[in-house]
Design a protein around this ligand. Structure first.
Ligand code: 13P
Ligand code: SF4
Length: 371
């Protein structure tokens, strides 16, 4: 780790119940380049992308520079589902994934013959950290009659134990189809997203007890007060948020779902409960509309309350240029593990593709038993 890069401690509470005991993590804060450095880095990256047959795939929460550069160079900015699909389908032989570790791993699992690079391999996620494979496998062993559905924000090893992988943009439809096909489910790791899906679908689910340190901090009580100050504002909420926040939403959705709602809802003012990296796209795609950050626990500006993922923040132009130049930070997944983890990801991609083509959800659930 470069000595000059500040490191922030990331404390988070693990709730009681079936979960790991991880309570501590850390993230690096890359220095912001000067305007001249920034232009030079962008030029270098544009050149290297062509020279290395590489394409950028960025998440909506990373630095605006990494979002804009991805789009400008023919890459993608999107939610985690479309990032996976785009990386798989794009002909470039190197995928440069800006986001967090599970996103790079998913790309590698879907494209084992491509080179997948990330600006910082230590960019992780509290959901992934809070769901280690040995404890998760033991949890699955306690519920052998249940179909195992895991959120994409997990390690390759956890995915390898799953029957289905879902993201927040397709979890509702997949769980509903599984419920209709008679499945009882084991869900991991996000208890808020799991609880939301359970309430919406009525599915029989046992939940792992993890959470996202960013969304967990949105507070229903403060949100109600903010709504009173902005009575015409519509509330857009990512379903990793607590139930009392979701209950106040006019639209609940993945990052791309939030963008769609901002475009389509009849309002000019919005309160947004998700990582504030999202504001860049919300504002640039909706000039004239006003986006207000939903309130978090306090004003102490720690990682827990600033509404910005400390691991998404680790992605920088400087590291992106460096890894393209040197080939460092390649994401590697054990091939046998990758093959096993690919099955539930492929099911998700086939399901969502089928839905887009107008197929009935029930016909997209293959007839296989619980894990
Ligand atoms: P999306 O799939 O909605 O992009 O969410 C990914 C994520 O990590 C949200 O915190
Ligand atoms: Fe994980 Fe939350 Fe960061 Fe998304 S915002 S990557 S769920 S810690």
């Amino acid at each position: 780790m470069p000595a000059q890069t500040p490191v922030v401690d990331v404390e988070y509470e693990q709730p009681a119940g079936p979960t790991c005991v991880t309570r501590h993590a850390w993230a690096r804060v890359p220095p912001e380049p000067s305007p001249t450095e920034r232009d030079a880095l962008k030029d270098r990256i544009r050149h290297l992308l062509k020279a290395r047959d590489a394409v950028m795939v960025s998440h909506y929460y990373v630095h605006p520079d990494l979002q804009d550069l991805a789009e400008e160079t023919g890459g993608l900015v999107s939610d985690s589902l479309e990032m996976a699909r785009f990386g798989r389908d794009h002909p470039a032989q190197t995928l440069l994934v800006s986001g967090v570790r599970f996103m790079g791993e998913t790309s590698k699992i879907l494209s084992p013959h491509k080179r997948v690079l990330m600006p910082d391999l230590d960019a992780t996620c509290s959901l992934d950290l809070g769901c280690p494979e040995p404890a998760f496998s033991a949890f699955c062993d306690q519920h052998p009659d249940r179909t195992v559905v895991v959120y994409a924000n997990t390690s390759a090893a956890v995915k390898a134990r799953a029957d289905w992988v879902v993201t927040s943009s397709c979890a509702l439809e997949i769980v509903r189809a599984l419920k209709d096909a008679g499945h009882k489910l084991l869900w991991a790791p996000d208890r808020h997203l799991g609880g939301y899906i359970q309430r919406e679908t009525g599915a029989d689910m046992v939940l792992w007890n993890g959470s996202c340190i960013v969304h967990d901090e949105f507070k229903g009580f403060e949100l109600e007060a903010l709504k009173r100050e902005h009575p015409r504002a519509k509330v857009l909420v990512h379903p990793e948020s607590p139930a009392d926040v979701v209950a106040l939403a006019d639209a609940v959705g993945s990052t791309s779902g939030i963008l769609k709602a901002a475009r389509e809802l009849d309002a000019t003012e919005f309160i947004v409960a998700t990582d504030n990296g999202m504001m860049h796209k919300l504002r640039s795609l909706n000039p004239g509309k006003v986006f207000i950050e939903a309130p978090t626990a306090g004003n102490s500006a720690t990682c827990k309350s600033c509404a910005h993922c400390p691991w998404m923040a680790m992605n920088s132009l400087m590291d992106l240029a460096r890894v393209l130049e040197t080939g460092a930070n390649e994401v590697l997944v054990d091939p046998a593990l990758g093959l096993r983890a690919r099955l539930p990801i492929d099911r998700m991609l086939a399901f969502t593709q089928g839905l887009k083509q107008g197929q009935a959800p029930g016909s997209l659930v293959p007839h296989f038993g619980a894990a």
